[in-house]
Design a protein around this ligand. Structure first.
Ligand SMILES: Cc1cc2nc3c(=O)[nH]c(=O)nc-3n(C[C@H](O)[C@H](O)[C@H](O)COP(=O)(O)O)c2cc1C
Length: 345
């Protein structure tokens, strides 16, 4: 493992990827550290108060951890397209007696400044960014506070831009990954480059240590990523059914449902490309959804919440990477240590 990681105290190269929306609970972050790796409190969608509370819970366990933040990279929605999409979704909202998210698009920044202030006032060991690049001053301030800074990238070009900012590590995310793509150009669907190839391209472009992510769900895939340039890997989907995961019941059940046979990249739920299990919502709306993050996230949120509460997986964003059939229901530490099985042979 790279000295940056061993220096932090990591003994396993398998990290628990940040998963906003509920999956990354403090218990999952603690479990990842207990397995010798590192987990991330996912700041995305949380209020600064809830973020501070969850950081406090993990800190109280006395373990190594990181915090993942959505860096603003808004894709403002075209108002006419937004209205047309809202009209289209009204029938879905009516099923549950909820309103689609308001008449005017919400274009917020997910409390960016407050979250950065929090992380500078009360520094944490690692901060990672996705969706956009922070400004160089923020990176420098975090590093000066003793925090290791990680940037998610999905191409060699993005890796060069992140390296110029002075970050310490890159999380190299292939399109096989579950959830949102960290792409800096969300108006384009990321190319389906396999992780080993992407690691090669990024490794040729920059000299930073790399964390490989996307579709890793077996010990063999861990070994391949480490052999093709990754200093560590991070896994999300294989942890979604773990005891410590906060994923909803319909989400867990859908991952285990052998009748579901594929994942798709869609922006139907949030206006930003993300990979999830195919369901009625992705079938109906993937081709119709306009671009627009975070406006579409807010627009569809009431439908997704109501559907999840009713156990209706057809209208929930079932984020999943291509390795979803390997997700098992057991303690996260067992899943994470199981993934290192072949490394010591
Ligand atoms: C449910 C879910 C939520 C996610 N939320 C975030 C997030 O908040 N921040 C982030 O950087 N990546 C997020 N991701 C992407 C993961 O951090 C990681 O890149 C991905 O899970 C790796 O691919 P895998 O799912 O195939 O293991 C999410 C992924 C999933 C499945």
């Amino acid at each position: 493992m790279h000295s940056v990681l061993t220096g932090l105290g990591l003994t396993s190269p398998v990290l628990a990827a940040p998963m906003a929306g509920g999956a990354s609970t403090p218990a999952l972050v603690i479990a990842a550290a207990k397995a010798g790796g590192l987990g991330f409190v996912a700041a995305g969608y949380k209020t600064p108060d809830l973020l501070a509370e969850q950081i406090g819970q993990v800190r109280a366990a006395g373990v190594l951890f990181g915090v993942n933040v959505f860096a603003p990279n808004p894709v403002p929605v075209d108002p006419a397209l937004y209205r047309a999409y809202a009209d289209l979704l009204r029938a879905e909202a009516d099923r549950y007696g909820v309103e689609v998210g308001g008449g005017t698009p919400t274009e917020d920044d997910d409390h960016w400044h407050e979250k950065i202030d929090l992380l500078l006032t009360d520094p944490v060991p690692v901060v990672s960014f996705t969706f956009g690049l922070p400004d160089a001053r923020t990176v420098a301030a975090l590093r000066a506070a003793g925090t290791l800074v990680v940037q998610t990238v999905t191409s060699a070009e993005e890796a060069r831009a992140a390296a110029e900012l002075g970050v310490d590590l890159l999380a190299v995310q292939a399109s096989a990954a579950g959830g949102h793509s960290g792409t800096l150009t969300p108006e384009r669907v990321p190319p389906e480059t396999p992780l080993p190839q992407l690691l090669g391209e990024v490794g040729a472009a920059v000299r930073l240590p790399l964390i490989g992510a996307g579709g890793i769900a077996t010990p063999t895939a861990v070994g391949t990523a480490l052999a093709t340039g990754a200093a560590a890997v991070s896994v999300g989907t294989v942890l979604l059914r773990s005891d410590e995961s906060g994923a909803s019941t319909p989400h867990r059940d859908a991952l285990a449902d052998t009748r579901r046979r594929c994942t798709v990249i869609t922006r139907a739920f949030t206006g930003r490309p993300a990979r999830g299990l195919r369901n009625e919502f992705t079938d109906r709306y993937t081709a119709q959804a306009p671009l627009g993050y975070p406006a579409l996230h807010h627009l569809t949120s009431p439908i997704r919440k109501a559907a999840a509460a009713k156990g209706d997986a057809e209208r929930v964003n079932l984020w999943a990477g291509t390795g979803y059939h390997n997700a098992t229901a057991e303690p996260a530490t067992r899943i994470l240590t199981g993934l290192t099985r072949r490394l010591w042979l």
